[in-house]
Design a protein around this ligand. Structure first.
Ligand SMILES: *Cc1c(COP(=O)(O)O)cnc(C)c1O
Length: 443
C-alpha cells in the first residue's frame, strides 16, 4: 500500500509541538491548516473560510491583512528592521512610548515580546523598586483566584489556574490568591457591587496582615479572561486602588487581554477612574501582527531606579526589546483607533456592533443549557451546563468549524472575542452558528 502525500496537518503533528495542547488530542481533532487570512476571515488551503471569532487568541483587532498595517510594516522593513535598544534608540520606539504615555498617564515604557515577559518585568520592577527604597522585605505578590498572567515560571507564581500550574508547583514561589470579584461567585441575592465590596474586604484583611512583605497586587481589570471570562464590577478596582495606597502596595493592571477597546473603553481600568502603578500591555498592541509587550509605570517607580549605581538600575532585557517593526505596527494600531470605521469612531462603532450581536444572541441566551449570560464591550460569554459531556470544548470547537467559525471554549465557557470589523452577515453567521454548534456538541 502506498502512502498518499502527507497533509500539512500530519506534518505539523510530527514536527511542531503545539501550544497549550495535549498533543494526543489531535488523534481525534485534526489540526486546521490556514493558508491565508483577510479581515475577520481565515481561509484553509481548500478555500473554506472561518470567522476568527476569538481574534486568533485575543490578538487581532482590525482584521487580518489590514492594508495600513501591511504598508507600514513594508515601509519599516525597508527602512530599519531591527537594532538593539541598549545604548541606541529609534523613531518608532520613541514615538510609541510617547503616545502610550499620553493615553495612559503612565510612562517610561519598557518593552518585551510577549505578555508573560511583561508580567515578569512588572513583578521584578515592583520588588526592585521597594528594595531601592530600603524596603527589601516587600518582595511578595498577591493576585486573585483564577488570575492568569502568563506561563513562564515567574508569571505562574501569580497565575491561579491549577491546570497550568500544578505540574510546576515545585518550581514556583506561589503567591496568595484572594477571593475574586467574578460575579459568578456572588452569593445568592448579592449584586455585583456588593460582591466586589466583600472581596475587597478580604483584600483589606490580607494586606492588613501582610503589607510589610507585599510588593504588589496584580489584577486583570474587569474581566478574568483565561478563568472563563469572569467579569466584575469596577467598584473592586476603586477599592483595591485605595487599599494599595493605604498599605503602600503597588497595583499592577494586566491589560494584556482586556486592553485596546475589548471592554468598551480603550483600557479596562479607565472604567473605574483609577490609575494603576503599572500597566502590562501586549496581544492587541500590534493588532495581531507581531509579538510585542510593554510595561508602563509611574515617575516614582522610575525615579527609585535612577542612580549612579548600576545595581540600582533595572538590568533586564530581551534580544528584541523595542523591535522597530513591532513598534511600527503598534503605532499603526494607535492610528487606526483614531480613524472612523463606517463613519464612526472605533469605540462608538463597537458599541453598535455589540448591540447588534447581543440582540442576535437572544436565542443562544435562551438555550436551556446556557447559564451566566454576560457581555461587556466586545466580549461575550456563556457557561454551558454540559451535563458531564466528556471533551465538550473539543466537541464544540469541531462543531463550530462545521459552521465556518473559529471558536474554542475554555472548559465549559463559550465566548466570543471577535475583531472589530464584522459586517451583518458575519454577525448573523456567528450568532446562528454558535447556537447550532451548541446543539451538535451537546447531542
Ligand atoms: C495572554 C495573557 C498573558 C500572557 O501573554 P503571552 O503573550 O501569552 O505570554 C498574560 N496576561 C493575560 C491577562 C493574558 O490574557
Amino acid at each position: 500500500m502506498t502512502r498518499g502525500p502527507d497533509t500539512l496537518a500530519e506534518r505539523s503533528r510530527r514536527a511542531v509541538w503545539h501550544p497549550c495542547t495535549q498533543m494526543k488530542r489531535h488523534e481525534r481533532e485534526p489540526l486546521l491548516a490556514i493558508a491565508r487570512a483577510q479581515g475577520p476571515w481565515l481561509f484553509d488551503p481548500d478555500g473554506h473560510r472561518y470567522l476568527d471569532a476569538v481574534s486568533s487568541w485575543w490578538v487581532n483587532l482590525f482584521g487580518h491583512g489590514h492594508p495600513q498595517l501591511r504598508d507600514a510594516l513594508a515601509e519599516q522593513l525597508a527602512t530599519l528592521d531591527h537594532v538593539m535598544l541598549a545604548g541606541l534608540t529609534h523613531e518608532p520606539v520613541v514615538e510609541l512610548s510617547e503616545r502610550l504615555a499620553a493615553l495612559t498617564g503612565l510612562g517610561h515604557a519598557f518593552y518585551a515580546s510577549d505578555g508573560a515577559s511583561a508580567t515578569e518585568i512588572a513583578l521584578k520592577m515592583s520588588a526592585h523598586s521597594w528594595r531601592n527604597r530600603g524596603r527589601p522585605q516587600k518582595c511578595e505578590f498577591v493576585g486573585l483566584a483564577g488570575g492568569y498572567h502568563g506561563e513562564t515560571v515567574g508569571a505562574l507564581s501569580v497565575t491561579d489556574i491549577a491546570l497550568f500550574r500544578e505540574a510546576y508547583a515545585p518550581l514556583v514561589r506561589l503567591s496568595a490568591a484572594l477571593p475574586s470579584p467574578d460575579t459568578r461567585h456572588a452569593a445568592p441575592g448579592e449584586d455585583a457591587a456588593a460582591h466586589a465590596r466583600r472581596c475587597a474586604a478580604s483584600l483589606e484583611a490580607y494586606l492588613d496582615q501582610h503589607h510589610e512583605r507585599t510588593a504588589a497586587l496584580i489584577v486583570e481589570p474587569l474581566v478574568q479572561c483565561a478563568a472563563g471570562f469572569g467579569m466584575h464590577d469596577p467598584e473592586y478596582l476603586r477599592l483595591a486602588r485605595a487599599l494599595c495606597d493605604r498599605y503602600q502596595v503597588h497595583l499592577i493592571c494586566d491589560e494584556i487581554a482586556v486592553g485596546f477597546g475589548r471592554t468598551g473603553t480603550l483600557f479596562a481600568h479607565q472604567q473605574a477612574g483609577i490609575r494603576p502603578d503599572f500597566i502590562c500591555l501586549s496581544k492587541g498592541l500590534t493588532g495581531g501582527t507581531l509579538p510585542l509587550s510593554a510595561v508602563l509605570t509611574t515617575d516614582a517607580v522610575y525615579e527609585s531606579f535612577y542612580d549612579d549605581l548600576a545595581s540600582r538600575g533595572f538590568l533586564h532585557s530581551h534580544s528584541y526589546t523595542g523591535n522597530p517593526l513591532a513598534c511600527r505596527a503598534a503605532l499603526t494600531v494607535l492610528d487606526l483607533f483614531e480613524q472612523p470605521i463606517d463613519g464612526e469612531p472605533v469605540l462608538a462603532h463597537n458599541r453598535r456592533t455589540a448591540a447588534r450581536l447581543t440582540a442576535l444572541c437572544e436565542p443562544l441566551n435562551a438555550h436551556p443549557r446556557v447559564r451566566a449570560v454576560r457581555q461587556l464591550g466586545m466580549l461575550w460569554a456563556w457557561d454551558i451546563d454540559d451535563d458531564g459531556v466528556v471533551g465538550f470544548s473539543s466537541a464544540y470547537h469541531l462543531a463550530a468549524r462545521e459552521q465556518g467559525l473559529l471558536l474554542r471554549p475554555i472548559g465549559n465557557t463559550l465566548y466570543f472575542m471577535p475583531p472589530y470589523v464584522l459586517d451583518d452577515g458575519a454577525l448573523e453567521q456567528l450568532a446562528g452558528g454558535a447556537l447550532r454548534a451548541l446543539e451538535v456538541a451537546l447531542a
